[in-house]
Design a protein around this ligand. Structure first.
Ligand code: F6R
Length: 606
């Protein structure tokens, strides 16, 4: 949420900043800006909308400077316009900020009383004036320490100073920030993705730390200004993962990549020869765990719900799931024998991180299922299960969802086996079935033209419903979320059996309803629920799996058949047509598929 870049070099930096901002655009895209410093003058350019606009604007200016900061914004305080776009500057400093300053109103009052004049509606501007105020009587380091102590909330900052020719200060609390090292230049960035085209050597700031970057030196400090040492990490450089290639959108590429990403994940966790699961170095005796709490947001929360069904089906463990933003403020009764699992693609989601932090502070066993292994959630959980998906750039999560489900399913099997809830022969059979899944996903991905035709009905509808029972219910929720966020069509995911308790009132002639009814234990029940909506005029898209037996039901508008698999694995296959339905619905409407309105990829604010 919001992206920051900073470069200090011995050559002009503005075009390199623009290139990095393009990479960061997935974090926020309502406005952007950059500031450079040359011979004691801070130059600034900002634009509403995409980085393309900023680049056009930049072409009309002569932005000198070998030091600079840039920003892409996801608005929190103040509408997305040029005035509220970052950087924000005073006569002495220029600042880019990611996060929220919770005590900005109080600080603003104080600063106005000191004669500071505010130009924007943002919370960020208080940081500008606060540091300007402290610099009147303190040196740079003391001013930073003093300023950071005054700020409440979460933030990552990049700051340049009019009278410090080659210097950038970075600071972090809550929101992630990385430093990159290059030849005669150094970089600051919200994530390694923004820095990757310039360097593969990076360090991450820990919470509360700040850093001072010069083109040939980087120093790190704790919140009291005491120097700290940092490890330099080497990133693997697989640049093609970050390109769309032949695809029109990252989302299309990421959907098609799923057989490969699942294969990669299987390779990491499955012992092919012995049909066993390799999860090593777990810091606890898994046999002693008697309950599990799964926590996530959005799509990751749907993975939690899916895992609950698997854990309950295959183990005797007591399983609770929670939405991170709810968990963190509820009166929690922590259970010593419970394992708390945090699911997050980015590993930076503020609510999920706060829930993890709460569990760590209460000395709970914490484990995370993440995609970005350098992320805060991965670094601060006691055990990490990576999903090995490669970078997911499209804002709507697709391959990460399947990856999360895959890892959670693998973990369920392992735990079920260790706790003797699953017999060895069944365990082995399930692993064998799992190894076959990428192939089934590949075949299911071939469903294409039918979905393209169907999608028009959804784009024209004023609303839609997605129904499922049992294992298919979390997938119904996920299908509805995808359609909402990409095609901006109201879509409700619901347990099919609950319809008669209220939502059936929404069903009227022609409303499109997706019914997920694979031939599992719930099949007959779901088909009956489907009849109830058909009887009230719904246009039903039935998604089931291939079978010799025809679906005994008239008046189904459309049927899509996914490949056949054991019941546990059908949720993976049912997800595919729903991802494509959302994709094609958004495409038909001409929406920006990789960057849906009002959203951003990494949600680092509450
Ligand atoms: C929906 C989507 C979001 C994320 C959610 C959590 O397509 O992508 O709902 O799943 O913001 O993000 P992570 O997994 O990064 O914690």
């Amino acid at each position: 949420m919001c992206g920051i870049i900073g470069i200090t070099s011995n050559k002009s930096v503005s075009s390199a900043i623009i290139n990095s901002l393009r990479k960061l655009e997935y974090r926020g895209y309502d406005s952007s800006g950059l500031a450079t410093l040359s011979e004691g003058i801070i130059y600034e350019v900002k634009s509403e909308g995409r980085v393309d606009n900023l680049e056009k604007n930049l072409a009309t200016k002569n932005m000198l400077g070998s030091v600079g900061i840039g920003h892409v914004r996801w608005a929190t305080h103040g509408i997305p316009n040029t005035v509220n776009a970052h950087p924000h500057s005073s006569e002495n400093v220029s600042i880019v900020h990611n996060g929220i300053i919770e005590n900005s109103t109080i600080l603003k009052k104080y600063l106005i009383s000191k004669g500071h004049i505010f130009k924007s509606q943002t919370d960020t501007e208080v940081i500008v004036h606060l540091i300007t105020e402290y610099l009147k009587e303190n040196n740079l380091k003391d001013s930073i320490v003093k300023m950071l102590k005054q700020l409440h909330g979460s933030f990552a900052l990049g700051i340049i100073f009019k009278d410090k020719p080659d210097l950038i200060v970075g600071a972090r609390r809550g929101s992630p920030l990385a430093v990159g090292y290059g030849p005669n230049e150094n970089y600051l960035g919200s994530d390694s993705y923004a820095l990757k085209s310039m360097t593969n050597k990076i360090s991450y700031l820990d919470d509360g730390e700040f850093c001072v970057l010069k083109k040939d030196q980087v120093d790190f400090f704790d919140e009291n200004g005491k120097k700290v040492n940092k490890k330099v990490l080497e990133l693997s450089s697989n640049e093609e993962n970050y390109e769309k290639g032949e695809f029109k959108h990252f989302m299309a590429k990421e959907i098609e990549e799923q057989p490969t990403t699942l294969k990669n994940c299987i390779k990491e966790y499955i012992d092919n020869i012995n049909n066993d699961i390799n999860i090593f170095n777990i810091p606890w005796d898994l046999k002693e765990i008697s309950s599990i709490t799964l926590i996530g947001c959005g799509t990751a929360y749907h993975s939690c719900l899916m895992a609950k069904y698997w854990f309950e089906e295959l183990t005797k463990l007591d399983v609770t799931i929670d939405i991170a933003s709810e968990f963190r403020y509820r009166k929690n009764r922590f259970k010593k024998e419970s394992l708390y699992i945090f699911i997050s693609q980015s590993g930076e989601t503020a609510d999920t991180y706060a829930a993890l932090d709460l569990c760590n502070k209460n000395k709970m066993k914490t484990c995370s299922v993440v995609n970005v292994i350098e992320s805060s959630i991965a670094r601060d959980s006691k055990f990490v299960l990576p999903i090995h998906c490669g970078p997911e750039i499209g804002v709507a999560s697709t391959k990460a969802f399947l990856g999360q489900m895959m890892v959670l399913y693998i973990f369920t099997l392992k735990l079920a086996f260790l706790k003797k809830d699953l017999k060895k022969e069944i365990y082995i059979q399930k692993i064998k079935d799992l190894k076959n899944l990428p192939q089934l996903v590949e075949k299911t991905l071939l469903i294409e033209s039918q979905i393209q035709t169907i999608s028009s009905t959804f784009t024209d509808a004023k609303g839609s419903m997605f129904l499922g029972r049992g294992f298919s219910y979390p997938i119904a929720l996920e299908g509805a979320l995808k359609l909402k966020e990409l095609a901006y069509v109201h879509a409700e995911g619901y347990p099919a059996g609950e319809m008669k308790h209220g939502p059936l009132a929404l069903i009227e002639d022609g409303i499109p309803v997706v019914v997920l009814a694979p031939r599992d234990n719930y099949y007959q029940k779901t088909i009956s629920n489907m009849q109830e909506v058909i009887a009230r005029g719904a246009k039903v898209l039935l998604i089931t799996n291939k079978s010799k037996d025809e679906v005994v039901s008239e008046n189904i508008w459309q049927t899509i058949e996914v490949e056949n698999a054991n019941d546990d694995l059908l949720p993976f296959l049912l997800t595919i047509p729903l991802q494509k339905l959302a994709y094609y619905s958004a495409l038909k409407k001409g929406y920006d598929i990789d960057k849906p309105r009002n959203l951003a990829k990494s949600v680092t604010v509450e």
